[in-house]
Write a protein that binds this ligand. Structure first.
Ligand SMILES: [Cu+2]
Length: 508
C-alpha cells in the first residue's frame, strides 16, 4: 500500500463516526443472503484496490438514504467507493484532488494526479432523488474545479473554473451541492484539459428510484485511461497523442482484477472513457445488449446487440449479458496497441539493429513530418510510432530485442525504472522456440518477445480472483484487458472463500 493510500485511510478513519453510523443503518436492515449466498458487504465500507468491494443488494423496505429497494451497488474493480455521511438528509462526500502514486502493474508506479489517493478516484454512488454535497479540497499545486459530467444541475455547480465558478485555488475548498434527478452512469473530472490527461477521473453512479429490469446479479464500472510514460520515467507526458500504458481502473493487464461471475448470472458492465482515444471494448464468448449510455439507460426497444462497444472520449456505455457459458473470457480494448504494455517498443526490425531506438523526437518529427528515411527506418520508426517524448533523445544505447533468454532477463532487469526485486521473482521465464532463420523473415519480431511465458508475472499479480488460471496466463494479458471469469458454483465459492481469508488476514 502506498503511503498516500495509507494516509487516505487514516484520514478516513477520522470521519469514521459518521461513516459507521451510516453503515449500521444499511447493514442492520440488510437481509441475510440477499443474493442467495453471494457475497455481500455494506455500501460504505472502504475497500482498497487490492480488495475490491463485494456487491450487495439492499433488501426489501430499505430506503434510508435514497438507495432504492433492490438496488445492487456497483463494484469498481481495483478502485474504492467514496464513503459518505448523512447530514439532515443530504449525502455528504469529501473529495480531495491530490498527487498520487498509482501502481499500474507490479514494478511500475506512476506519479499521477487523482483523488483521495488513487487515479481514477473513488466511485461516488448515490440515488435518484438524493441531494448530495461534495466537499471538495484542492491539494494540487494549481487551480482546478470539478465538473459533474452529464449531470443536470445549477450552472454554478457545474464546475467550470472561470465561467460558472471561481477557480478553486491550491489549498482552497469549494462545496458543491445539488439534487440528483437523473439515473445512470456518469463521471467527474476537472474542467482542465491537461489535468484530465494525468489521471483525474472518477465514476459517479446514480441508482434509479425504480430498479432497472431485468435485475442484474453483478454490476461493474470500468474507467478507461491512458498514459505516455517513457521506460525511465514515472511521469506521463500529457502532451503526447500516443500512449504506451492503457488502463482499466488504473491498472494495466495482468494487474487488473478479473471480474468473478457465478455461472448463469446476469452481468452489467459500465464503461467510462476519459483520454485522447476512443476504445472499442470487446467481450469474448457472449453477445451483449447495449442498454445505456452516458446520462441515461435506454428503453429496451432501443437496446442494440453486439460483442464490441465503441466507448468514445467523454462517453459512457452500459452493456448487459447473461453469463451462461463457463470459462475465462477476455474483456479488452481491441485496438492492438492498447492490448500491450510498455514492452510494445520491442517490435519490428528496428529493434534488431544493435543500437537501440529513439523514444521520441522533436514535435515536427513526432508528428510525422519526414525529412529522411521512411516511417519504419531504423532511426525514425520508433519515434514516429510512439511520439512519447517531445525533444527526447535515444533512450537506450542497446538493442532491446532480446536474443537469448539470459540477455532478455538482463536487459529487462537493467532497464531504468524496472523494479529489480519484482523482476527476479517473475515466474515461468522461458523464451519461445523460434526458427533459426527468424531474423531473415521481414517484420520479425512482432510478438515473439512481448507476450507469452517470458513476460509472465503470475506471482506478482496473484490474488483470489486469479485462482486456478493456467501457469503463464499473465504473459498474455496486457493493456486495457481483463478477464470475465464465469465459474461453476464450487469454483466460485472457492474464490469467495479465498477473498474472505484475505480479508480475515487483515489484507487491505
Ligand atoms: Cu483502446
Amino acid at each position: 500500500m502506498s503511503s498516500n493510500r495509507r494516509d487516505f485511510f487514516t484520514k478516513l478513519s477520522s470521519l469514521s463516526a459518521g461513516i459507521f453510523a451510516g453503515r449500521g443503518l444499511l447493514s442492520a436492515q440488510q437481509p441475510k443472503n440477499a443474493q442467495g449466498g453471494m457475497d455481500q458487504m455494506e455500501h460504505m465500507q472502504q475497500p482498497s484496490p487490492k480488495q475490491p468491494s463485494k456487491q450487495v443488494r439492499v433488501g426489501p423496505g430499505v430506503n434510508t438514504s435514497g438507495v432504492a429497494v433492490g438496488t445492487l451497488l456497483v463494484t469498481t474493480p481495483d478502485v474504492a467507493d467514496l464513503p459518505f455521511t448523512m447530514d439532515n438528509g443530504v449525502k455528504v462526500f469529501h473529495l480531495i484532488a491530490e498527487p498520487v502514486k498509482q501502481v499500474i502493474v507490479p514494478g511500475r508506479t506512476f506519479d499521477l494526479w487523482g483523488f483521495n489517493g488513487s487515479a481514477p478516484g473513488p466511485t461516488i454512488q448515490a440515488s435518484e432523488g438524493d441531494r448530495v454535497r461534495i466537499v471538495f479540497d484542492n491539494h494540487l499545486p494549481e487551480p482546478t474545479g470539478i465538473h459533474w459530467h452529464g449531470l443536470e444541475l445549477p450552472n454554478e455547480m457545474d464546475g467550470v473554473p472561470g465561467v460558472g465558478q471561481k477557480p478553486v485555488m491550491p489549498g482552497e475548498r469549494f462545496v458543491y451541492e445539488f439534487p440528483l434527478h437523473q439515473d445512470g452512469t456518469f463521471f467527474y473530472h476537472p474542467h482542465m484539459a491537461m489535468q484530465e490527461m494525468v489521471g483525474m477521473l472518477g465514476g459517479f453512479i446514480i441508482h434509479p428510484k425504480t430498479p432497472y429490469t431485468p435485475p442484474v446479479d453483478k454490476d461493474y464500472l470500468i474507467a478507461l485511461q491512458e498514459y505516455a510514460v517513457l521506460p525511465n520515467s514515472t511521469i506521463p507526458n500529457s502532451m503526447s497523442m500516443e500512449f504506451n500504458w492503457l488502463t482499466f481502473n488504473g491498472k494495466s493487464g495482468p494487474a487488473s482484477t478479473p471480474l468473478i461471475i457465478r455461472h448463469g448470472e446476469r452481468v452489467r458492465i459500465r464503461i467510462i472513457n476519459m483520454g485522447m482515444d476512443h476504445h472499442p471494448i470487446h467481450l469474448h464468448g457472449f453477445t451483449f445488449w447495449e442498454t445505456g449510455r452516458e446520462g441515461a439507460r435506454q428503453r429496451e426497444s432501443a437496446w442494440t446487440r453486439g460483442n464490441t462497444t465503441l466507448v468514445g472520449v467523454a462517453q459512457a456505455r452500459d452493456v448487459e449479458f447473461v453469463a451462461d457459458r463457463l470459462g475465462d473470457w477476455m474483456l479488452h480494448c481491441h485496438l492492438p496497441h492498447h492490448m500491450m504494455n510498455q514492452m510494445a517498443s520491442t517490435v519490428g526490425p528496428m529493434t534488431r539493429v544493435g543500437r537501440g531506438m529513439q523514444a521520441g523526437a522533436s514535435m515536427e518529427d513526432g508528428m510525422g513530418m519526414l525529412r529522411d528515411g521512411n516511417a519504419t527506418s531504423e532511426n525514425r520508426g520508433p519515434s514516429l510510432g510512439r511520439a512519447l517524448g517531445v525533444g527526447s533523445s535515444t533512450e537506450m544505447q542497446m538493442t532491446n530485442g532480446p536474443l537469448s533468454q539470459s540477455e532478455a532477463k538482463n536487459a529487462m532487469a537493467n532497464m531504468p525504472g524496472m523494479d529489480h526485486g519484482a523482476m527476479q521473482e517473475m515466474s515461468g521465464m522461458s523464451m519461445p522456440k523460434l526458427p533459426e532463420n527468424a531474423d531473415k523473415v521481414p517484420l520479425f519480431p512482432q510478438d515473439a518477445f512481448m507476450e507469452g511465458p517470458m513476460m509472465a508475472m503470475d506471482k506478482d499479480v496473484d490474488k483470489p480472483e486469479t485462482y486456478g488460471l493456467p501457469p503463464g496466463w499473465s504473459g498474455f494479458v496486457g493493456g486495457m484487458m481483463t478477464l470475465v471469469r464465469v465459474m461453476p458454483p464450487d469454483k466460485y465459492d472457492k474464490v469467495m472463500e479465498l477473498k474472505d481469508q484475505q480479508r480475515g488476514n487483515g489484507a487491505r
